[in-house]
Ligand binder design. Sequence first.
Ligand code: FMN
Length: 536
Amino acid sequence: MSENSNQDNKKKDNLDFELKTSSDSSAMLENQGLGKESSTNEGSLNSIHINDGTTGPYDSLREYMAAIETNGNVLRIKKMDQDSYEITGLMYKLVDKYGWLGAPTLIIEKVKVDGNWMEGPVIVNQYGLAGHEAMAVGVSINEINDNQVDNFKKALNHVMSMGEIKLIQPIEITKEDAPSKEIILKGDEINVLDFPFLKSNPGDNGRFINTGNLVTIDPEQGRNVGTYRMQIKGPRKIGINPEKGQDGWKFLMGMKEKGEKVAQAAVVLGTDPIVFAMSSSKTARTGQDELEFAGGFKGSPIEVVKCEDSEIRVPANVEMIIEGEIPLDDMEVEGPFGEMYGYMGLPHEEQFYMDIKTITHRKNPLFVNQFTGVTRGFITSPYEANSTMGLRKFIPEIVNFHGPPDLTGYFFISIDKQKPHQAMEVAEKLSFIPIAKIMIVVDKDVNVHNPREVLATVAARWQPHPNSKIIKEIESFRLDPSSQDRKSGSKIIIDATRQWPEENGPEPYPKMNREHLVEHDPEIFDWIEKKFKDLI
Ligand SMILES: Cc1cc2nc3c(=O)[nH]c(=O)nc-3n(C[C@H](O)[C@H](O)[C@H](O)COP(=O)(O)O)c2cc1C
């Protein structure tokens, strides 16, 4: 047998995977300590209900994982060699095949990193599938189907139906009740390189903890929780990467300006889906506590626990808490890392780092790796619902907006158009949003959550002249690979609403073929769905 075919066989052996279905998952969950929390953590979890595959919101990442695995669309793989970038390669291929909103979650039990086989499980793409997102926010299981655009819409409508979120303060629990304190490591006992944190892409500058929620406290502004990647720089040293302008950056720079030498901080790993979504988005503004928003979205307070070495309170029901000090007078090179546009970022010449003092974690913790630019990083419906409701207060004609996660830079807005030139006015008001480089405004009949429908509308309803506006110089999104200095850029507004006669549109505007059909028989789609339900 040739060396090559030996290698082929070895690769095949590793591909020992199972696509989970509801019938065989319970035993597997128990083995992994994922499903039956109370039996693996005696006495410490009485505030957590066991989720048996019903809908969310969930109190922990474990509970969410157990629920989505019970409901399918989760691939469990025995072992994968990340030194050969197998997980990266597989994730790309799954997304190629099923799309960002449809690719399954992976649970990899063992991974090869830096030449060593390490115990996981490592979880990948746990927030990609829109059906999983619908579960995370509490859409009833029997409303979720395999149309992922529809599932996202259901998640969004569900969160919108909750109305304005009432903030709920976290409650503190004791160390004894906190699952994240089952194991406590101090000083030399710590080596983050022993945990299966991955190098996601050969272009990355090493292994990263890339789903950590950094918790910092500012004496005036209170707590900030933000998701930033952390480059592993040594057994007890990690980079801390809030981009300039992020709240995490402002907090640390604020402390530095006050003359502090170090900032106490904690990195929380494996937060529940809603806490993670708050930490990863601008739902809470500067000075607002992400954990109060998370409690509000969940309808119950987030449980927090005091850190070992500081007064910082962090989410308690998590997989791991890394505590340490961030020197404020010393910065280091950080990155590069494969960024959200799907292009390699630039290294930061000067970025913060943390000296780790203590790690506490669950027994057999779960590890999450985010393939940035390949898969969706967090559930976005709470942010989108909150922002849509907020924007409507100032711009009431907004029906929906959406930044498709797999098309970073596009920003779709639908409006209830009441007067000529209104689309351009709305887009101009929103043009301060750096990530919105290509702003497309459509009428309210267009589903902004379906990019194909938006693009078809652009082709049909948009005349490049005069229904476009180019803003020549404006702040660009810092990670935009086309910006020369990664600071400034330009943007385009595309008015793809039906142009009225006053806007030199055709008179009358042609009806869509589909409109003719519905006018002919308003019931047609209802009865077609009933009569041919097996075909649709
Ligand atoms: C998986 C993941 C990794 C992220 N990494 C970074 C990062 O390294 N730096 C950064 O500034 N933002 C990063 N973000 C985006 C921030 O989490 C997001 O902008 C958030 O609002 C920051 O919190 P803040 O507003 O409290 O600063 C990441 C988001 C996700 C989901």
